[in-house]
Design a protein around this ligand. Structure first.
Ligand code: ACO
Ligand code: KIV
Length: 524
């Protein structure tokens, strides 16, 4: 893939594996980086900054492995960061060697504060280093990106001078970092405009930005830069990165998609043109977000735009009523566009009658008006005390407040597991069947959850296939509540179950029983 300098779309430069990995505690091993790189390629990013080759033997190997296995001729450009230091640039070139499309990204600080205290060099010295090191990188690869680090706090005339020198010596992309996340969108727009007006050869290269999120403005600043003609943005999945992180890939991509008529004119497209402003398969966003969160251990905050657990969830009655009548009353994008099966209506104390009635219908209950009103009043009382109302809470209300007979299903009386690094995981359960029999059994498995599921299946004896199992921390800390969500398939139908407990194996057992009981009621 080659990139021309006149872009009618934005190049997505993903730096999850470089700046993203600089998040404290997010270190990835070679295999983990490779898994993420494969998924980034599926997502359709243009450039993968796979690491910093000179940082460690492990990072060198990760870049080389990604260059070999992801950097094929149809694949993305694979990139390594390097200081403006000969040895760093050489290491980057060696690590990238197997890639069909490779880029060296070299950088040096240009702000006076960095020059004085960090580099202890004069502007003349930095200018000479930039010139020499960009030229050196160019002898090793065709595609050279140059970043004047801390550009947002750099004296304008010096910044223009450094950029001009980098271009003259072969840089193909000039990246403007707001290294400390100091800018506002207006500042960013003005800086890009200044660069375009004052650097004579700027149109020969791709202009890029790298925005940090210290003031929560990273995405806004990247979008402001795009409005001024920037055609590459550096970003990370879930916005992870050094300190408060980077601009989030999913936010930039979905902003460009959802607000296409707003952005189209900046690309000289007619307002209503249905062209893609990025080359991203948005349906892969959610999957990529989960993978990055799982492998880095960086949890996604529930209210995170686009990929947070609540991004497509509706709890309040007025919103739920609107959504149930017409989805777009309270949603600007469809969950399916980022690869989520559906949005969620969450029942809680802010919910109203419309949502409650819809949930009852989903659960198969038909209540007369008197019973409905009694059940709804009770629902509000219970919801006042609980964070979220589960289907089991609703069923308990129906059982208590109406004459409707609910088939009880199977009840898990107790679950006990044995596991560790020198024992075969085993589980014992006691289950009361719908006919009142009390059955106890035990099984071994590959892990404690597997053992629990095997023994439950042995007792319940309803054929099913587990198709999804996920654990989420509901609260923080070592005593956090773990919420287990599972989905299982029986023939063509899917049944889900959820449960929370401080012990995730217990939560897993109850979640499984919940889903199995739904299945049991369906087939009986
Ligand atoms: C804003 C950013 O995200 S930039 C990327 C940040 N990422 C990283 O730093 C991760 C990888 N880094 C590392 O593994 C290490 O810092 C290394 C291998 C690069 C260097 O390690 P060391 O040689 O032990 O140096 P150390 O990290 O302690 O100090 C950095 C040195 O590089 C110099 N330096 C910093 N940036 C640059 C640059 N862009 N070009 C040239 N020299 C630089 C510093 O002035 C300092 O030099 P000094 O030793 O003469 O004082
Ligand atoms: C290396 C550069 C682009 C960077 O990460 C920054 O300045 O924040």
């Amino acid at each position: 893939m080659s990139i021309s300098t006149q872009q009618d779309r934005v190049i997505i430069f993903d730096t999850t594996l470089r700046d993203g990995e600089q998040s404290p505690g997010a270190t990835l091993n070679v295999e983990e980086k490779l898994r993420i790189a494969h998924q980034l390629a599926v997502l359709g990013v243009d450039v993968i900054e796979a690491g910093f080759a000179a940082a460690s033997p492990g990072d060198f190997e990760a870049i080389r492995t990604i260059a070999q296995q992801v950097g094929g001729s149809d694949g993305p450009i694979i990139c390594s960061l390097a200081r403006a230091v000969r040895a760093d640039i050489q290491a980057a070139a060696e690590a990238l060697q197997p890639a069909a499309h490779k880029r060296i990204h070299t950088m040096i600080s240009t702000s006076d504060i960095h020059l004085k205290y960090q580099l202890k060099k004069s502007r003349e010295e930095v200018l000479a280093i930039a010139q020499e090191m960009v030229a050196y990188a160019k002898t090793l690869v065709e595609d050279v990106e140059f970043s004047p680090m801390d550009a947002s706090r750099t004296a304008r005339e010096f910044l223009y001078q450094v950029i001009e020198v980098a271009i003259a010596n072969g840089a193909t992309t000039i990246n403007i970092p707001d290294t400390v996340g100091y800018f506002t969108p207006k500042d960013m727009g003005a800086l890009i405009q200044g660069i375009r007006e004052n650097v004579p050869n700027i149109d020969q290269v791709i202009l890029s930005v790298h925005t940090q999120n210290d003031l929560g403005l990273a995405t806004a600043n990247a979008l402001a830069a795009i409005e001024q003609g920037v055609r590459q943005v550096e970003c990370t999945i879930n916005g992870i990165g050094e300190r408060a992180g980077n601009a989030a890939l999913e936010e930039i991509v979905m902003a460009l998609q959802v607000r296409k008529p707003y952005f189209n004119p900046y690309f000289c497209h007619p307002v209503d043109a249905d062209v893609s402003l990025v080359k991203i398969k948005t349906q892969e966003i959610y999957k990529t977000s989960c993978l990055v969160s799982q492998l880095t251990g960086m949890l996604v905050q529930p209210n995170k735009a686009i990929v947070g657990a609540n991004a497509f969830a509706h709890e309040s009655g007025i919103h739920q009523d609107g959504i149930l009548k017409h989805r777009q009353t309270y949603e600007i994008m469809d969950a399916a566009t980022i690869g989520l099966p559906e949005n969620r209506i969450v029942l809680g104390k802010h919910s109203g009658r419309h949502a409650f009635r819809t949930k009852l219908q989903e659960l198969g209950f038909e209540l007369n008006e008197t019973d409905f009103n009694k059940a709804f009043t009770r629902f509000k009382e219970v919801a006042d005390k609980k964070k979220e109302m589960s289907d089991w809470d609703i069923e308990a209300i129906i059982r208590d407040e109406t004459q409707i007979q609910i088939e009880k299903g199977f009840q898990l009386e107790h679950v006990q597991v044995t596991c560790g690094d020198c024992t075969i995981p085993s589980a014992t359960v006691t289950i009361v069947t719908p006919y009142g029999e009390i059955l106890t059994d035990a099984a071994v498995g590959t892990g404690p959850v597997d053992a629990v599921y095997k023994v439950i299946n042995r007792v319940v004896q309803i054929p099913n296939q587990l198709i999804e199992f996920s654990v989420q921390s509901v609260t923080a800390g070592i005593d956090a509540l773990g919420k287990v969500t599972i989905r299982l398939r029986h023939q063509e139908s899917i049944f889900s179950g959820q449960a929370s407990d401080t012990d995730i194996v217990v939560a897993a057992a109850y979640a499984y029983m919940n889903a199995l009981n739904r299945l049991y009621r369906y087939i009986n």
